[in-house]
Design a protein around this ligand. Structure first.
Ligand SMILES: Nc1ncnc2c1ncn2[C@@H]1O[C@H](COP(=O)(O)OP(=O)(O)OP(=O)(O)O)[C@@H](O)[C@H]1O
Ligand SMILES: [Mg+2]
Length: 247
């Protein structure tokens, strides 16, 4: 049986009487890619904030594998293996793509030490460059990257930290169609290597990456299933009425 990487049990947060996340339970398996869908204000970002420790929950529990991390400090949750890509850029604009990855990997030398003797840091960085599709741009100064390339580098910086679980909130925001498509290829490359939770509105993108989808509505889990199951679910269709719609 597959092991649960992340277990969320009845998680809630109460903002002075308003339950933005209200009793959410879900289990994400090791190596799984889970998509979180939901209309604006459904509670997706707040759920990510609760998982990463940015926001403290007022009810329920969160586990990474068998370790309970409920309401731990954010940095401790990061150390427990939950990595989050923020909109706030952490790329050093004046450094090359490769140097950015080197700097990020130095922040966590343990990762390379753990890989054992004979495995060079350069090989690891080459692998990350390949994964994020920036091998040809390795020597380029980050300031000259496109918006999409900068986002991929951000993702690369995160991967360098080797998190067990990666949280991505709308990774294709502001991207062109071509960049969005390439992002789906990158996310597909990461499948199986990391457990990934992606919040995304763009259904074309979701169809390219999704296995299992959890739909949030008014802070609660409305439905869970495959892309086809979710798209044909009358409850989901009804929840999206009045918003910009699921497709
Ligand atoms: N710190 C806070 N205090 C009070 N209300 C909040 C707080 N953070 C979020 N909310 C509210 O909680 C609800 C859920 O917000 P959240 O940002 O999680 O939605 P979302 O599903 O990510 O939406 P979107 O698709 O627009 O990003 C919204 O009604 C929002 O206004
Ligand atoms: Mg959001």
């Amino acid at each position: 049986m597959a092991q649960a990487a992340l277990t969320i049990d009845g998680l809630s947060v109460d903002f002075e009487g308003f339950k933005a996340v209200n009793g959410v339970s879900m289990i994400v398996e090791d190596g799984e890619l889970r998509v979180l869908l939901g209309a604006n204000g459904a509670g997706k970002t707040t759920l990510m904030d609760l998982i990463s420790g940015k926001t403290k929950s007022t009810g329920g529990r969160v586990f990474v594998h068998d370790t309970e991390i409920t309401n731990w400090e954010e940095h401790k949750i990061a150390r427990a293996g939950i990595g989050r890509k923020f909109q706030i850029p952490s790329v050093f604009k004046e450094l090359t793509v490769r140097r950015n990855l080197e700097v990020a990997s130095c922040k966590n030398p343990g990762v390379f030490a753990n890989l054992g003797f004979g495995f060079s840091a350069k090989a690891k960085i080459d692998e990350v460059l390949e994964l994020i599709g920036l091998t040809e741009e390795a020597g380029q100064v980050a300031a000259y990257l496109s918006h999409g390339q900068t986002q991929w580098l951000e993702l690369g910086l995160l991967i360098t930290q080797d998190p067990k679980i990666i949280l991505l909130d709308e990774p294709t925001a502001g991207m062109t169609q071509a960049e969005t498509h390439k992002t789906s290829l990158i996310v597909n490359n990461l499948k199986g290597r990391h457990t990934i939770i992606v919040v995304e509105h763009d259904m074309a993108f979701v169809r390219e990456i999704a296995e299992r989808i959890t739909v949030l509505h008014l802070g609660q889990v409305l439905a869970e299933g495959s892309v086809a199951e979710i798209e044909n679910d009358p409850k989901v269709r009804a929840a999206y009425l009045g918003s910009k719609g699921i497709t």
